[in-house]
Design a protein around this ligand. Sequence first.
Ligand code: AMP
Length: 190
Amino acid sequence: MINIVLFGKPGAGKGTQAEFLKTQYGLIHISTGDVFRYNIKNETELGKLAQSYMDQGDLVPDSVTINMLKAEVEKNSEAKGFIFDGFPRTTAQAEALDAFLDKKNMQVTATIALEATDDELVERLLKRGETSGRSDDQDESKIRNRFDEYNHKTSPLRSFYTDQDKFHSVNGIGSIDEITERLTAIIDRF
Ligand code: AMP
């Protein structure tokens, strides 16, 4: 079983790459952002709770996010493995993920960060916002707030996974195919 955590700032290409990797390795792709957006669209309680945070580009509280992630994993008990896209984003989430997987005799195989500069990412997100309809992609101050959240709360996970010898990073600038190749070169080692 392989369980990959895709790591990187908003716009780094996690969702795009996860789509290719899930097919290539037969994995279940869980994007916490997508699950929140689905719940917002369907006006569920979870969606109502998450919306105000997401609209501002703030992280949704850990307890809500962790419970949601666990439920998504439980829904796929027959899976060959998972790609976690956008989770974990805080140390509390990473610790909860380790404990949860451990109970199932599973573990994170590797964490791979897609690296790109803030200026490149802002440009990509504003462009995506023209078609995605996502309000958090359309406003540069919200985008910068998402980067701040990442720098403060998510960056510490680099050392969290480095300490476990599970942190890898690839250059996230290039064609989609080139970046997929960089990722598969790492995943194929496991
Ligand atoms: P994304 O689609 O990954 O860019 O996520 C969009 C938004 O969903 C983020 O800005 C957060 O508000 C929320 N979100 C997604 N994943 C998480 C997470 N792991 N922890 C907290 N909030 C999250």
